[in-house]
Design a protein around this ligand. Structure first.
Ligand code: DAH
Length: 346
């Protein structure tokens, strides 16, 4: 009996090793036949039962059956392993490692960002510094210091998203003029790009969150001609060398005199028959923002003597520049997150 147990144990061990070593279904089938087949090793052992004393035969039969059950389990596991190796091999054969890879989809710089960068580059080349500041501003920076007292009617158009009684999301980048002048003495030459917020209803020309580029130059003897030169240069940089700029008299509390600044419509160049241009509505001009000579009250507020220093300032809408630059007739497309559309604009 012990002899039989030992024999079966050895047999199972050999069987396991052979099953593991079998490569492919046929090889495994050969192992099965050699051990469990009609004339296999197990059958040979079974035939010896007859030589045992009658009392030992049932026990021997059970031991052999248990061994067979264990070997069949083992066989199933080996079959599963052979099958999965076959799938791996098939897969490996089907992968062509010389095939060109699919390029990952790379994003592109957003057109608004690109215009900010190009505008800042232009001013930096002319000796201006780029400054950025908070998007939530106390009303002092946003209004009072810019010569807009609390009862001034022009607060109305800027009066937008208040966070507390005295702090609001800035509706323009002009507060950066005050922040910079309070920190530094003239000469001052800065550009301040950034986000702005206003309670405007969304349409083809308005967003409630948009970007501006603010500019400020304060030194001795600065005049309106310097402003015209710099802004004409900016438009030529962004739109091409033939670009023209128009200054219309306007009003801002923080400048005197003040102007609205337009540039030639790059789509129709002012030549659309019967005013049918979808970009400028036929006027031939696109409005970019406001500008002017810094108001003496603003200079006084930051401790500069208006008899000694003068300066100009401007604030342009970046999305407005985008409309002209990319000839897009709906400003909402810039926030539409359409990668195909955005990738076309460069
Ligand atoms: N802050 C003005 C606005 O958002 C635009 C502006 C006008 C900025 C004149 C200036 C300026 O710096 O001088 O409507």
């Amino acid at each position: 009996m012990t002899q039989l147990t030992q024999l079966l144990a050895e047999l199972q061990e050999r069987f396991g090793a052979d099953a593991d070593a079998a490569i492919g279904e046929q090889a495994l089938e050969n192992v099965r036949v050699a051990y469990l087949g009609r004339n296999g090793e197990v059958t040979k052992i079974r035939r010896t039962i007859g030589t045992l004393p009658a009392a030992e035969r049932p026990g021997a039969g059970k031991a052999i059956n248990d061994a067979v059950a264990a070997m069949e389990e083992r066989l199933k596991a080996a079959q599963a392993a052979v099958e999965s190796r076959a799938v791996d091999a098939e897969l490996a054969a089907s992968i062509d490692v010389t095939f060109p890879a699919i390029a990952p989809a790379a994003g592109s710089i957003h057109p608004v960002r690109r215009i900010i960068e190009e505008s800042c580059d232009y001013f930096m080349r002319h000796g201006f510094a780029v400054v950025v500041g908070p998007e939530a501003e106390p009303d002092y920076y946003n209004f009072d210091a810019l010569n807009i007292p609390s009862d001034h009617p022009s607060r109305e158009s800027f009066d937008s998203f208040w966070l507390t009684d005295s702090v609001l999301l800035r509706p323009h980048t002009s507060p950066m003029q005050i922040r910079t002048m309070q920190e530094h003495r003239p000469p001052i030459a800065i550009v301040a790009p950034g986000k702005c917020f206003r309670r405007d209803a969304l349409d083809a020309r308005h967003l409630f969150q948009f970007h501006q580029v603010e500019g400020l130059l304060v030194a001795d003897d600065i005049h309106f001609g310097h402003l015209k030169g710099m802004l004409t240069g900016l438009c030529r940089e962004l739109f091409g060398s033939g670009q023209r700029v128009r200054f219309r008299p306007s009003y801002f509390p923080f400048t005197e005199p003040s102007a609205e600044v337009d540039t030639t419509c790059p789509k129709c160049r002012g030549e659309s028959a019967e005013g049918r241009c979808s970009l400028c509505g036929g006027s031939g001009w696109i409005e970019l923002g406001g500008a002017g000579m810094v108001h003496p009250n603003v200079l006084r507020e930051v401790g500069y003597d208006p008899d000694v220093y003068s300066g100009w300032a401007f604030g342009f809408g970046v999305e407005r520049l985008g409309l002209a630059r990319y000839r897009v007739d709906d400003i909402r497309r810039f926030i539409s997150s359409e990668p195909d559309f955005l990738a076309q604009l460069s």
